[in-house]
Ligand binder design. Structure first.
Ligand code: NAP
Length: 260
């Protein structure tokens, strides 16, 4: 690695994470790229070198596995320095809680919650000791309310928002910032993986590009903002949810994720 700042991005093999890696490379960072699909990460690493002169280390890892975060950092060696941590890897799943596959839901919690928490826990002390660092956690507009028929996914994203805002406050004055990025519907592989690609919301004109979401997230992170909801329509939606009666919100979200 060179003297450029180093950004570790989870879920860099596709979607928002891949676009965030490109923005970070363009803005002068070296990268650590984490996801399961090594071929996609290798291809991205080569492109980042060609286009931006960035050095990228590929660390293939399944973040649902026990101790995944510690294993990823162990790959980097004891002297590794992470200046920017982007906890982006995540996935969703659709269906009635009582009927959904137990293993799938537990893996979702492991990736969306456990790996994100542990990576942050392992990387933050170094940032605090150096008096500088940025953490960007990718939650979702799903974080702002419960999600019937996507209950575990919405709950994991509420956790990410809550943790991020609490840490941002704990760390004020340390030189380390925590930003929570809450995208609305974004055009990525997410919907095929979650089984929501046929739902009207994911097909509609309100879907944003992963590149636009990544630019908004990067900008918010560099400014040290605590919360970024990209897109005017998503900002409006998030604000409405805060004032709408919870029972109404639950019925609306239930309609967004029809159970059959
Ligand atoms: N797309 C949306 O509408 C939307 C909206 C709000 C928030 N988000 C959030 O944005 C983040 C990125 O999602 P995306 O939309 O870019 O979806 P995506 O295109 O499906 O990308 C998900 C990324 O997470 C990685 N990942 C998934 N499971 C993993 C595991 N077990 N171990 C390691 N990496 C894993 C995937 O890599 P591998 O498959 O190679 O492992 C991939 O790089 C997620 O946290 C998601 O919840 C998405």
């Amino acid at each position: 690695m060179s003297s450029r700042p180093v950004a570790l991005v989870t879920g860099a093999s596709a979607g928002i994470g891949r676009e965030l890696a490109k923005v970070l490379a363009r803005e002068g960072h070296d990268l650590v790229l984490v996801a399961r699909r090594q071929a996609e990460l290798d291809e991205l690493a080569a492109a980042l070198k060609d286009q931006y002169g960035a050095n990228a280390q590929v660390v293939p890892a399944d973040l649902a596995e026990p101790d995944a975060a510690a294993k990823v950092l162990a790959e980097l060696g004891p002297d590794a320095r992470i200046d920017v941590l982007v906890n982006n890897a995540g996935f969703g799943g659709h269906g009635a809680f009582a009927e959904r596959d137990r293993d799938a839901d537990l893996r979702m919690v492991a990736v969306n919650v456990t790996a994100l928490t542990d990576l942050t826990k392992l990387v933050l002390p170094g940032m605090v000791a150096r008096g500088r660092g940025r953490v960007l956690n990718v939650a979702s507009t799903a974080a702002f309310q419960p999600g019937p028929f996507m209950a575990v996914y919405y709950a994991t994203k509420s956790y990410v928002l809550s943790l991020s805002e609490a840490l941002a406050e704990e760390l004020s004055g340390t030189g380390v910032t925590v930003t929570c990025l809450c995208p609305g519907v974004t055009d990525t592989e997410f919907h095929a993986v979650a089984g929501t690609d046929a739902q009207p919301l994911t097909q509609g004109p309100l879907s944003m590009s992963a590149a636009a979401v990544a630019e908004a997230g990067y900008r918010a992170m560099t400014r040290g903002k605590r919360l970024e909801v990209p897109g005017l329509h998503n900002k409006f939606g998030a604000a409405s949810i805060r004032i709408a009666p919870r029972g109404v919100v639950l019925k609306v979200v239930r309609r967004l994720h029809p159970s059959d």
